[in-house]
Design a protein around this ligand. Structure first.
Ligand code: IMP
Ligand code: MG
Length: 180
């Protein structure tokens, strides 16, 4: 599923080679910044898992990993940004150097919620690494310490990102054709 471009795809935004190259660069930066420390990567299921495993393989500092999952929903007035933890981490993060690994930061609501929840557990440090950043749609300001790519205001799939749970396994990131 990695080389053939599907009919529902408008165009490939980032190829497997570009993604691999960029992840190596970001991992090198993380390795430098976390030298001499153990980094606990926390990944948000399911979209971030592809990025997490690719990133982790290139980080030279010792790495631990843990996972959580969230569900997003709208309140009665239809306002976005309501998030809750559906599956929590297995272990405490107190005193650890935590790097939250995200697939995409869009409005920022999800990240703000997660940062608040994790900061309350007294990690030694807490930083954010996102695969994609769509800064043009940001509603709440959130700190992003590492990003692989800035993307335009179009819905994208692949490398973990889904549309109705499909396309996560594409090796590239692509813009979907507008739905008819
Ligand atoms: P935020 O709370 O608006 O920042 O939402 C981030 C979440 O929305 C991500 O973790 C994704 O699950 C989802 N999302 C936002 N944009 C896209 C996209 O272009 N493709 C797939 N999922 C997206
Ligand atoms: Mg997500």
């Amino acid at each position: 599923m990695t080389t053939q471009v599907l009919p529902e795809i408008e165009r490939v935004l980032f190829t497997e080679e570009q993604i691999d190259q960029r992840i190596r660069e970001v991992a090198a930066q993380i390795s430098q910044d976390y030298a001499g420390r153990v980094v606990k990567l926390i990944s948000v299921l399911k979209g971030s898992v592809f990025f997490l495993t690719a990133l982790a393989r290139h980080i030279e500092a010792p790495v631990k990993m843990d996972f959580l999952s969230i569900s997003s929903f709208s309140n009665k007035s239809g306002a976005p940004g309501m998030v809750r933890i559906a599956k929590d981490l297995d272990d405490p993060i107190e005193g650890e150097d935590v790097l939250l690994v995200e697939d995409i930061v869009d409005t920022g609501f999800t990240l703000r919620y997660l940062l608040q929840a994790l900061a309350g557990r007294a990690p030694n440090s807490l930083a954010v690494c996102t695969f994609l950043d769509r800064n043009s749609r940001r509603i709440v300001q959130v700190p992003v310490d590492y990003r692989c790519f800035e993307i335009p205001d179009r819905f994208v799939v692949g490398f973990g990102l889904d549309y109705n749970q499909l396309y996560r396994n594409l090796g590239y990131v692509a813009v979907m054709k507008p739905l008819t």
